[in-house]
Write a protein that binds this ligand. Sequence first.
Ligand code: ADP
Ligand code: MG
Length: 628
Amino acid sequence: MTKRLDKKQKFTFYRICVSLVLFFALMIIEHTNYFNLDNKIMFVLYLVPYLVGGGDVVKDSIRGIINLQMLDEKFLMTIATVGAFATGQYSEGVAVILFYQVGEFFQDYAVGKSRNSIQALLNIAPEYANVVSEDGSIAVVDPEDVKIGDILLVKPGEKFPIDGTVIEGSGLINTSALTGESMPRDVNKGDEVFSGCINGDSPIIIVADKVYDDSTVAVILEMVENASSRKSKTEAFITRFAKYYTPIVVGGALLLAVIPPFFTGEISTWILRACTFLVISCPCALVISIPLSFFCGIGAASREGILIKGSNYLEILGQMSTLVSDKTGTLTEGTFKISSINSSSKYSKKELLKIAASIEALSTHPIAVSICSSFEGEKYEALDVVNVPGKGITAIINGKKALAGNVALLEENSIETHGVETNGTCVYVAYDNDFVGSIEVSDHIKNEAAESIEELYDAGLKNIVMLTGDNEQSAARVASELGIKDFRFSLLPQDKVTVFEEILEDTHIRNPKEKVAFVGDGINDAPVLSRADVGIAMGSLGSDAAIEAADVVIMDDQLSKIPIALKIAHKIMRISKMNIVFVIGIKVLFLILGALGIAGMWAAVFADVGVAVICILNSMRCLKKQKA
Ligand code: ADP
Ligand code: MG
């Protein structure tokens, strides 16, 4: 075990060992009465393991007194042990300080261990970049010094230092540090790659698209670093609790030492009881274990490719009762395929597709992307392109107005869509005030979507609502396949915000403790993401806007990560509550027993150190990988 300790920890470890040996030897000598030693000599002898084991605690608390910041646990320990010595309980005095040190040592080790494992999980920061200069020579530079447009060589097994595009080479890359996904991803020339991924077996040359600070790795690392500064209510409660609790307890101990002796006259008995009281009351079990469980929970989630921006969001996830979800790209793949093309009598199918592709070439909408990719050949030149959010796109071709979009867009332009029946998503095309035809496109529901929805209901969600800009038929089909009862359709982007706010308000009126989450793919839903109690963005690898707006980011676009996040959140809340109840229960019980003189110093040591160790072990369970 000593191999994994740092220098300071090792020193403490040996000190504790030496002190423990001395302590037990003295206990034997005292109890067998072999040497028949005088009380004063015993005092001096016990002082040796006391100072060896706990000298630093005494020193720190004296420093605390000088700085007038004395209400910490070290101060409590020093007062209690000095009191024990003063009343002749030498062995108890040594025991308290020694076991306190053992507990501290253990805490230090545990916190260090979870910190290390989170750092290992997030060991994604690239150390260097190989910049290829024009003459072909390679310079190894700091990733921060890479400029946009620099050509970088990423050798097999190296991390991609920066977000970029592949210009030469291809192969499998490992994205697991970012996405939690163990299957390697295939990349080829022209594909985007993200910093933090690890290159597989063949060298790949990329061109830098971003500077380091805007690259995925830097964005994620910054997010994780800030996570601990956003405190959950539970953590805030513990901090407040400790602030009032410690002075109250010190006051209580003082009264216990001063008042009863007036009536009974047994000064030393009551001083000892007051000391016991102080040891029991030490709040460190909570002060350390509660933030530790949140810390471990965020770590466990990030290992799954779920980035949670703060403990507060983890807590809200645990209280979420309603999930509102976007359809396209979130519940469905967001990659459309053309299922049929119907042109009106005046136009050929080819011509219809050509007009559509010419306009759509300038849109990034998933429907547009699919139409463009199924058209080969020369396109018309499209001018004055206007994106009509939630409806479609318009442009001028050969001096005439051309449209591609849904019924609403055509109605807006008073064009009739005669003779078209659809039960899916349809793109209607018009040219020069004339209806050209329609292209029916279909999108696949994500593989594990139905299971994930079921798991969410199982995890205790009351309500799942789907919002979409798509028409009633496609919305109904997706909703029924997924088992979603509540869905709203034909929504313009601004309608989504209004509908979401209604749902939010209804839920909060019903029960202010219930929280509403929104999950979207980050494409045109940032306004809703930011209004939600907790906004979840998915599939956002490389999308800074979504990472900015969301509170929880799912790096790959797996819906199944939401039930996992929920389970982690529930577990953290359960473990934190367990710790709070356990600690307060035990402390109150032992405080009463201590004040009555039933629980002595040894019991106090358990109530302090024992309880702290149990709570820390309990919190560390949060770090374990969650079974899906
Ligand atoms: P979603 O809720 O599915 O994300 P959007 O608000 O992006 O929907 O779009 C709503 C509807 O508007 C789509 O279902 C589609 O019919 C139409 N639409 C939007 N943009 C385009 C486009 N570029 N080309 C064709 N149709 C579009
Ligand atoms: Mg969308």
